[in-house]
Ligand binder design. Structure first.
Ligand SMILES: Cc1cc2nc3c(=O)[nH]c(=O)nc-3n(C[C@H](O)[C@H](O)[C@H](O)COP(=O)(O)O)c2cc1C
Length: 465
């Protein structure tokens, strides 16, 4: 799929992990004629937990009944589905963690999860839907993208890294070839490890039809746009999202001196001269900002926070309600934390009682690493490859060659974001990310206790309300 006169949305609803951009939200936005995006980041973990809660409404099982290889669905359901759901306050069963050699169950789970996510966002309409991944969360790419493409995803959007390998991943899945992704390894002799997935061999066949989705890198500089255009074959990129440093989630690091300044400003006339459609994100959720982007030659905006706080988003309802109220009253503080995320990228954190933004809550949490989404690969002395994360227990991180200083003030985003989506383990406090700007709230709610839906947000942005 590529952008045409027939489909050139003014609004891209940003991919927001973990499960903030769920299928309800993406479907609602796509049905309104804009581009809805589901978040594929760590979705296999949410998927396994929805199944353990009994798959309320039967949505996942309905989607999976369309998966072309039913024996893989059967093994996933056998492993995770609990009829009627696990009793309240019962721990979830552990989901296998990715490594260079993931178990075959984890592969089936990941392909099925991404398939179901896209299938549900596309159910009941024929408008395009995209899926978002973070480049840095690289071990699942070959499996996750396969599942999304099998379900007919229309676009893949990707930020948090330099996604030079993604167009070839997309082509390989679409053409039924072996799918490969080189994941960086920190080491003296080994610098990368190639994840390789042969879907035809794994599933014992090919789906009847597979359509190649478009690709939209999410970037923060003219330089990266130029690198991607120069190094990728023509036609690999269908458009760009340019994200400014006030955007929610992870941000590109400042180019100079640890603070954002002139060097971080994007020259949009240069982006326009590349000849591809582009959207601008980061505090652009207003009709005036949308108008401005159109005037300078962009196709529109990518917005996240306005959708993260709407009724269809996957954010825990209690957190969403509290944040909307604080935001409405002008009492919401959001900081850019340079160390919290193990990715090494700055990360926006909402200051909110009872979440990891609070020092006491942060310190009371016992470090553990049982999701492993943000691990880095490293070369062991014996030449084998291990994985580590600066947010794991220090006594485990340091013997793996991790620098003790790197562990200071790191937070476990994996568990915290799963909690923010309402699927956390009881002991795991949430953490909420949001962009700097929530000035849209008074336009959408009459009081701090109000609420709004995706349609209200779209109407407000388009000025059709
Ligand atoms: C809760 C939340 C989670 C996010 N997670 C991701 C993510 O997983 N991947 C990504 O590319 N961008 C992520 N973003 C960025 C959004 O997709 C979007 O670009 C950004 O929010 C735009 O800025 P705004 O929030 O000011 O509208 C996230 C943003 C929010 C608010």
């Amino acid at each position: 799929m590529s952008f045409s006169k027939a489909f050139r949305p003014k609004i891209i609803q940003g991919g927001m992990g973990v499960n903030i951009s769920n299928w309800h939200l993406a479907k609602a936005v796509s049905m309104l004629g804009q581009l809805g995006t589901v978040s594929g980041v760590a979705f296999e973990r949410i998927f396994a937990r929805i199944l353990q809660r009994g798959d309320p409404g039967g949505h996942l099982r309905r989607a999976l009944s369309h998966f072309p290889f039913p024996e893989h669905v059967a093994r996933v359901l056998e492993a995770f589905y609990v009829e009627g759901g696990i009793p309240p306050n019962t721990a979830f069963k552990a989901t296998p963690v990715f490594s260079t050699n993931p178990s075959s169950l984890l592969i089936s789970l990941t392909v099925c999860a991404n398939f179901a996510l896209v299938w549900l966002a596309k159910e009941g309409h024929s408008n395009p839907v995209s899926i978002n991944y973070l480049e840095k969360v690289a071990l699942p790419h070959v499996y996750a993208i396969t599942g999304a493409i099998f379900a007919g995803v229309d676009f893949v959007t990707m930020g948090a890294g330099i996604p030079l390998q993604i167009p070839e991943v997309i082509n390989a899945v679409a053409e039924g070839r072996v799918v490969k992704y080189r994941v960086p390894v920190e080491g003296k002799n080994i610098t990368s490890y190639e994840m390789s997935f042969n879907p035809e061999r794994f599933f014992g066949g090919r789906p009847l039809s597979v359509i190649k989705p478009g690709f939209i890198p999410i970037i923060a500089s003219n330089l990266l746009a130029t690198i991607l255009m120069k190094r990728l074959p023509e036609g690999s990129i269908d458009g760009f999202v340019i994200e400014e440093p006030t955007a929610g989630g992870h941000n590109a690091p400042p180019r100079k001196g640890g603070v954002y300044g002139e060097k971080d400003l994007v020259d949009y006339s240069k982006i326009a001269s590349l000849g591809l459609p582009f959207w601008i994100g980061g505090s652009y959720a207003s009709p005036e900002k949308l108008k401005w982007t159109l005037e300078i030659g962009a196709s529109g905006i990518q917005v996240g926070s306005i959708f993260a706080l709407c009724e269809q988003s996957g954010m825990d309802n209690g957190l969403r309600r509290r944040i909307r109220k604080l935001g409405f009253e002008g009492k919401l503080n959001i900081r850019t934390d340079i160390v919290f995320s193990s990715t090494g990228f700055p990360f926006k954190i909402v200051e909110l009682e009872g979440t990891l933004s609070n020092r006491n809550v942060y310190e009371a949490r016992e470090r553990r690493c049982d999701q492993g989404v943000l691990v880095t690969l490293f070369e062991r002395e014996d030449g084998s490859i291990g994985s580590r994360c600066p947010a794991e227990p220090v006594e485990k991180f340091v013997p793996k060659g991790g620098n003790e200083k790197d562990a200071v003030d790191r937070g476990c985003l994996c568990n915290a974001l799963i909690s923010t989506a309402g699927f956390g383990d009881e002991k795991e406090p949430p953490v909420v990310t949001l962009g700097d700007d929530v000035s849209f709230l008074p336009h959408l709610m009459a009081s701090g206790d109000g609420f709004y839906g995706a349609e209200d947000a779209v109407n407000y942005l388009l000025g059709t309300k």
